[in-house]
Design a binder for this molecule. Structure first.
Ligand code: FAD
Length: 288
């Protein structure tokens, strides 16, 4: 099923994210985690590509497992910065063969700017969107309510985003944010700029207090004082941080739904326990 169809229905959509195992790591634990995640009936599950140490080679296989074994629509991420046109064409063929209908078109990052001899077939995600748009895939893209860290200011980032959307995107998913006002202000600016496609709100249930400060620094995400106090107080106690992180994320989701947002994407990071607790908290609010 296409994500554009899911988003066009009136109900609330809650989706999850998983990452494939690192190269040479066994696939079974991740397959089991995905099965458990599917058990709480998300609207779709997205599978990252090369992010968080996950190997690209397993993205298609994991997305196929999501769809064929777990009967949940899959969204396969695909990055382009370090790929040639031939590599992208072969990834697309593999996704088609696996029956995947949804692709999150990403630029990705390149720690070694000179890789591939400095030659780029794709400089930005918009170039990937232009390549894929003639196809029937449902295409999503990433967006950054607190500005992409490599862009000088939000206005320029939104202008680039507009070009990416006009290249043929069907929906957007935001970077994580911890203050819903950030999302609402951003959404207003996107609508003012003439970006009208759905913008799925990205929510990160923080379960590791130590990691989050580093991630936020890299991504430019601001930790509001209320949440910083939670991390300061409970960050060193995994069980307390799990409860506090799940509660904070649930409150964010309920507030978003109450204010008319229909779709949230939860960065569940292969943790079914987190997804189960959030969905239990949303019982009666989200129909599964
Ligand atoms: P782009 O949309 O290409 O934007 C990148 C930067 O270039 C921005 O600063 C933008 O303002 C600027 N820009 C765009 N067009 C132009 C132009 N014409 N001229 C000048 N500047 C321009 N990474 C992974 O490796 N794997 C994943 O699976 C993954 N999944 C993600 C999922 C989500 C929802 C999000 C938010 C991010 C994800 N990322 C992933 C991280 C992402 O790859 C990085 O944030 C990357 O730095 C930017 O990717 P993008 O697709 O947003 O790039």
């Amino acid at each position: 099923m296409k994500i554009s169809e899911i988003l066009s229905t009136n109900g609330h959509s809650v989706s999850f994210e998983v990452f494939p195992p690192k190269r040479d790591a066994p696939m079974e634990p991740v397959l089991d985690a995905v099965k458990e995640l599917a058990g709480v009936k998300p609207s779709f599950i997205s599978v990252t590509y090369g992010a968080g140490g996950g190997a690209n080679a397993n993205t298609v296989a994991l997305a196929e497992h999501v769809q064929k074994t777990c009967a949940v629509p899959a969204l396969a991420h695909l990055t382009c910065l370090t790929s040639s046109r031939e590599k992208i064409a072969s990834e697309i063929q593999a996704l088609r063969r696996a029956g995947i209908e949804n692709i999150l078109c990403l630029r990705g990052d390149d720690p070694d700017a000179e890789s591939n001899g400095g030659k780029r077939d794709f400089a930005y995600a918009a170039d990937l969107v232009r390549t894929l748009r003639p196809s029937s895939f449902c295409l999503g893209g990433a967006c950054y309510p607190e500005c992409h860290p490599q862009c000088a200011h939000l206005e320029a980032d939104i202008a680039h985003l507009k070009a990416k959307v006009e290249a043929g995107l069907d929906f957007l998913t935001t970077q994580m944010f911890f203050d819903n006002n950030v999302y609402f202000r951003y959404l207003a600016r996107l609508r003012n700029a003439g970006i009208t496609i759905p913008v799925i709100a990205g929510i990160m249930p923080v379960t590791n207090g130590r990691q989050i400060s580093r991630i936020c620094k890299l991504s430019g995400t601001v930790l509001p004082p209320r949440f910083r106090a939670i991390v300061d107080r409970f960050g060193d106690d995994p069980s307390a941080m799990l409860s506090a992180g799940v509660t904070y994320a649930t409150e964010q989701i309920i507030d978003l739904f109450a204010d008319g947002v229909n779709a949230v994407h939860v960065y569940t990071m292969n943790k079914p326990e987190v997804a189960k607790r959030i969905m239990a908290n949303l019982k009666g609010i989200v129909n599964v």
